[in-house]
Design a protein around this ligand. Sequence first.
Ligand code: BTN
Length: 263
Amino acid sequence: MPFDAKVLQSRLTGKRIGCRLHYEETVDSTNRVAMELAQGGAPEGMVVLADRQTAGRGRLQRSWQSPPGCNLYLSVILRPAIPPHDASQITLLAGVAVAEAISAVCTERVGIKWPNDLLIGGRKVCGILTETRTATGGIDSVVVGIGLNVNMERADFDPAHRETATSLREETGRDHSREDLLFLLCERFEPWYEIFLRDGFAPVREGWLARAEMTGKRLRVLFCDEVREGVFAGIDRDGALLIADEQGAIRRIIAGDATIMKG
Ligand code: BTN
């Protein structure tokens, strides 16, 4: 069953996040639609939601599997007054907020793999794609796209992801209300965003580190076509990944893709 937009809108009570809902049953990508709406002046907090995406986008030019009737695909439009180079911190903030929302319905630990893959039992349950539009002098808008696997069954995942992806249904053994999860997401996003705007990244960093999936682990990081290996050494005060090499020297990674190495 697709969503009932009227019911959703009437239940979204957040002051900022979810103040407006743009729902379409099928879109190519909620992030693309949200970027377009943002460019046309859509307000901060607007949520773009779809039942199905035909061209869901992932990080690093990957695609995001988006079948109808089972998962959440949404994008939140933000207009933070922060320097463009701090926009990536919103990605980490979103990871913490979504992890908290998931934890309300799932007793298993929800971990975060830098920058913002949400994992349960080492498998990815949610991906977040943040896209920023800058205007002269700063940020015009930030779109935070969230893809959460809710009721998808293992057999329905693309074979390439079947062993590494999961859904809330697979982890808890029962179906979940997508509507309730959407409200939980907005409910958790709102205070974290307020804290970030008021107090900066430090409290978000603490929340992120408390859920870090990489503590004590060896990582392989793909960064600008270069592969680097090292032991997870936390995240820096601006959200950059820190890894320690064999000699103990700390390297900063500001963007890239990290894999947790086995053993
Ligand atoms: C990733 O892990 O690679 C990020 C995946 C992000 C997927 C979501 S689904 C809703 C929003 N619209 C998109 O096209 N992508 C994001």
